[in-house]
Design a protein around this ligand. Structure first.
Ligand SMILES: C[S@@+](CC[C@H](N)C(=O)[O-])C[C@H]1O[C@@H](n2cnc3c(N)ncnc32)[C@H](O)[C@@H]1O
Length: 247
């Protein structure tokens, strides 16, 4: 079953992922996608926030520092183990659970002010169900904010090391993602899904979540200084951030 495969992949890569994220190697996050997403998030002080598919908790911790009451869920037990270890060492009041995003039964209806999903919806096999669950656990007027690789300009490095952009835009399909950058401690493979932009917007529409803003992040000035290769994203966006509201 593809869900189990994806879960195993993220369990297996948890140590390499932790190193990637925590030791300054995730350039796109620090210098483009997080600034883009946090711009849309705005002031979250005092808000109840669910970090959907939180991984080892990098963004959960940022949101907690900004004064939000954060709950993080991820279906990879190893990602949550690392997130929890960090919470135990440096208490920020974040609660973590091993949980599938499309089964949020432990949370009551209307619990959260904001649900955030950073670079993970494209990794979920049952994204429609996850979106419906997001709607259920959000309070009325609550916001769902997610960032994902831009479906129109997705790039992938295949097994052969060749980078390509999406070729068959309208066909939704799973594809292997080979994490092969030199800066990783270990190469690893995960599975993602290509879907069209309207696949995602229809899922929001079907769940009664109304799109309020779309943002296509560009690299920051500092990012361009430190990593000049990010300048290609001044021309073509690497990611898209979407905010939708529960009416
Ligand atoms: C690219 S990582 C992003 C992690 C995190 N959001 C961050 O900012 O570092 C994708 C994450 O999605 C999680 N994931 C994928 N499908 C999931 C699902 N159905 N339910 C919960 N987590 C899922 C994986 O375990 C992995 O931790």
């Amino acid at each position: 079953m593809i869900k189990h495969l994806i879960q195993k992949e993220w369990d297996k890569s948890a140590d390499a992922w932790l190193d990637f994220v925590r030791t300054g190697k995730d350039h796109c996050r620090y210098y483009m996608n997080n600034p883009g997403m946090f711009k849309i998030l705005g002031n979250i002080r005092g808000k109840q926030v669910l970090d959907l598919a939180c991984g080892e908790g990098y963004n959960s911790r940022i949101m907690a520092k900004k004064g939000a009451k954060v709950t993080g869920i991820d279906f990879s037990k190893n990602q949550i183990k690392y997130a929890q270890e960090e919470e135990n060492n440096n208490k920020m009041g974040i609660e973590y659970f091993i949980q599938n995003a499309s089964r949020l039964g432990r949370f009551k209806n209307n619990t959260f002010d904001i649900v955030v999903c950073f670079m993970a919806l494209q990794d979920m096999n049952n994204y429609k169900k996850a979106v419906k669950e997001v709607k259920r656990v959000l309070k009325t007027q609550g916001r769902f904010i997610f960032a994902m690789p831009h479906p129109c300009f997705e790039r992938n490095v295949g097994r052969d090391g060749i980078s390509y952009t999406v070729k068959d835009y309208f066909t939704a399909k799973a594809y292997p993602l080979y994490w092969k950058m030199k800066r990783l401690t270990k190469h690893f493979k995960t599975t993602s899904f290509h879907r069209s932009l309207s696949d995602y917007t229809n899922a929001l529409y079907d769940a009664d979540l109304l799109i309020s803003r779309i943002h296509e992040p560009k690299p920051t000035k500092q990012g361009l200084k430190v990593h000049p290769n990010l300048k290609e994203n001044l021309l073509i966006p690497q990611s898209i951030v979407i905010e939708a509201i529960k009416s």
